[in-house]
Ligand binder design. Structure first.
Ligand code: ZN
Length: 284
């Protein structure tokens, strides 16, 4: 088998390594269709690819939807296992698969002091509100929109010092909490933030318990961006936004020690590292 690789040198080297590990069972003498995959196979990594329409690709048994031209997207979570199996059906309907070695990462621990104590040890009376808000976020990210915005390169939503990174173990006011899944950019309250790629707005909430003003934008086929701690949101649910369009303003609501934008990327409920998406090579 072989790969058709259209990526930069780093990814070419990396995929060359995969070549050694990947060994689909081939049907005798039938021309083998191989997936074109772009991106880094690493925890938090985003993979975009293409196969003939109807190939029914999947990753570790989870179905991956293709667009009308056969393009698709999927990703690896923060704690993805060292090996994943990518499968698809060939022209004869035979199942093909290959193993992907998922690069494992080490995450730093970050100590954050000065967040409101109620966001570290919430009052039990707030539990129903917290659960309701997390359900809204889950439902928003579970939506499947057939838009091709996921294929475009992404741009940074805000120029500012990065004060938090994907994956870090977080200790708030001395209490260990869940890892951090976004990139934090520090900026004064009111600084405009822009859409990193074209999107449909799927959730606007003025003030969530943990995340303050919260905005979710869907880039299609399960890929979404979430902005949190916003002081103001300039768009409405259902609205189409363009890459670079101002969609909200920086705030400090929720569990934050100061004003900043926290930008997260998901493939459905899988959390992706936005830094890897920014550096991802263009999709051919
Ligand atoms: Zn953050």
């Amino acid at each position: 088998m072989y790969f058709i690789i259209r990526a930069n040198a780093i990814f070419i080297c990396f995929l060359a390594l995969i070549l050694w590990a990947a060994s689909p069972v081939s049907v005798a003498e039938e021309p083998m269709v191989v997936p074109e995959l772009t991106g880094k196979v690493i925890q938090g990594g985003l993979i975009r690819g293409r196969l003939p329409v109807g190939s029914q690709p999947s990753i570790d048994g989870e179905h991956i939807e293709q667009n009308s031209e056969g393009y698709f997207v999927f990703g690896f979570g923060r704690d993805a296992a060292p090996e994943a199996v990518f499968s698809w059906r060939d022209a004869l309907g035979q199942e093909q698969s290959m193993r992907l070695s998922v690069e494992q990462r080490e995450y730093p621990t970050q100590y954050v002091e000065g967040v409101p104590q109620k966001t570290v040890t919430p009052d039990p009376s707030k539990l129903a509100r917290i659960q309701n808000e997390s359900r809204l976020v889950r439902e928003s990210r579970a939506q499947l929109h057939h838009n091709d915005y996921f294929l475009s390169p992404f741009v940074i939503p805000l120029k500012g010092p990065v004060t938090g990174v994907y994956g870090s173990q977080r200790v708030y006011n001395g209490v260990p909490k869940r890892p951090h899944y976004g990139i934090d950019y520090a900026a004064p309250v009111g600084t405009p933030v822009v859409a990193p790629a074209d999107a449909i707005v799927t959730l606007v909430h003025p003030d969530m318990y943990y995340s303050g003003g919260t905005l979710i934008m869907d880039h299609g086929f399960g890929l979404s961006s979430t902005f949190i701690h916003l002081s103001e949101i300039l768009v409405e649910e259902g609205q189409r936004v363009k890459q670079g369009q101002a969609v909200a303003k920086v705030g400090a609501g929720g569990r934050a020690s100061g004003p900043h934008l926290d930008w997260r990327i998901n493939w459905f409920d899988t959390r992706i590292d936005p830094a890897l998406v920014l550096n991802s090579p263009p999709v051919p």
